[in-house]
Design a protein around this ligand. Structure first.
Ligand code: PLP
Length: 393
């Protein structure tokens, strides 16, 4: 039967790493691997109140329904914080950012065409591309400063026009950088000049840990940037809610692709989220979340400094959920990972998992998540990791 599946599926396989991460989910392991939000920070009680109100007082939360207008209005207000002014008719609700990316790629990419992305990027985006087998136009990137915008310009000047560019401007997954205002402006300008749409994937845009909040790329260029937002990291991923901001003509096409995919985003969670957001508790919730994650980020940075010291170098993320740690090139972090699961029992993602093509920078680096574990676990986990790395040096 397997040989009757579509050609592109013949090359796909579950990564060995996914298997290993599943095997290592027991309590003896400390996981810095997955990008999970902290479950204690989910506003479960408030959401329970909202769910109750929605189910008992509102009409048809259990019915098929068009996108909830109240939720779009709340997103419209939220987007002002990212510097984006839009009408509710430019907001398209999705089952999370992942679906947003998927729908946009299906709308933009013809089979065999090219896509522009960083050499190290979010694996979920690469998975979306798989059925299309596009030509990958990769550009350099840097854990501190992000995508090389000059190289983007050079590639756009000299090569075939890509169907889209994919960018994660804030709290990049996995590299953790937040792109400067200047680079965002330049990317927006390039998108318009070369008529190449940007998919701006921004699930971490509301999780800034410093006082400066840099506006979304969308705020600099409305037509050529499709903004993808998500409630996963700022409310709860279990709601499966996200959104796209695009012009009305694109929204119309998106709704056709979306209908073929899942008819509509879950009515119940849309209405629960809208009810919660209308109560003005969200600002407090977000404030608390940022404080908590800032504290965990600082805790992990302190531990890296104290325990790993000269054995590695790492980013100081101003947004998002990750720290990118680089070791001397003699260390292959895939091997480090394999050893870790049998000896120190601390898990993380080896950088090579995120590399579009084999990359030295990625193969001696790891991605650490700092949101999931409490301070004690972070200390213990970094102790184990440092011991492991020092044995390898
Ligand atoms: C960069 C990026 N995009 C998209 C997603 C998917 O988010 P969602 O849960 O909203 O589908 C993630 C989740 O980790 C992510 O890191």
């Amino acid at each position: 039967m397997a040989q009757r599946l579509a050609a592109w599926t013949q090359h796909t396989k579950r990564s060995a790493l996914q298997d290993m991460l599943e095997l290592t989910s027991g309590p003896e392991y400390i996981s810095f691997g997955l990008g999970l939000p902290n479950a204690e920070c989910f506003p479960a009680k408030q959401l329970a109140v909202s769910a109750n109100e929605v189910l008992l007082r509102q009409s048809d939360p259990l019915q098929y329904a068009p996108p909830a207008e109240q939720l779009k209005r709340q997103i419209q207000l939220l987007m002002r914080k990212r510097g984006v002014e839009c009408s509710t008719s430019q907001i398209f609700l999705t089952a999370g950012a992942q679906q947003g990316i998927n729908l946009l790629v299906r709308l933009l990419l013809d089979p065999g065409k090219a896509v522009l992305a960083e050499e190290v990027t979010y694996t979920g985006f690469l998975q979306v591309l798989e059925p299309f087998q596009p030509r990958m136009m990769t550009v350099s990137t840097d854990p501190a400063t992000g995508i090389d915008v000059e190289q983007v310009e050079q590639v756009l000047q000299t090569e075939e026009r890509p169907a889209c560019m994919y960018v994660i401007p804030s709290g990049h997954n996995p590299l953790s950088y937040t792109l400067s205002r200047e680079k965002r402006q330049k990317l927006a300008q390039l998108a318009a000049e070369y008529e190449v749409p940007i998919i701006e994937d921004d699930p971490y845009g509301f999780l800034a840990y410093e006082d400066i909040e840099i506006p979304a790329i969308k705020s600099f260029q409305s037509d050529w940037v499709f903004y993808v937002g998500s409630f996963s990291k700022i409310l709860a991923p279990g709601l499966r809610l996200g959104w796209i901001i695009a012009n009305e003509e694109i929204i119309e096409k998106l709704s056709i692709v979306k209908e073929a995919t899942d008819i509509n985003t879950a009515t119940l969670t849309q209405q629960i989220a809208a009810n919660f957001l209308q109560k003005d508790e969200f600002a407090n919730h977000l404030h608390h979340l940022r404080q908590e994650y800032r504290s965990r980020r600082n805790g992990m940075l302190d531990q890296l400094e104290a325990q790993l010291g000269e054995a590695g170098s790492w980013t100081i993320p101003s947004s998002g959920l990750f720290i990118w740690v680089r070791f001397p090139e003699s260390i292959n972090t895939m091997e480090l990972f394999r050893e870790s699961i049998t000896t120190e029992k601390v898990t993380f993602f080896p950088g090579s998992v995120f590399a579009v093509n084999p990359s030295r920078m990625a193969s001696s680096s790891i991605r650490l998540n700092f949101s999931f574990n409490n301070h004690d676990k972070i200390e213990e986990g970094i102790t184990r990791l440092s011991r492991l790395v020092k044995r390898h040096l």
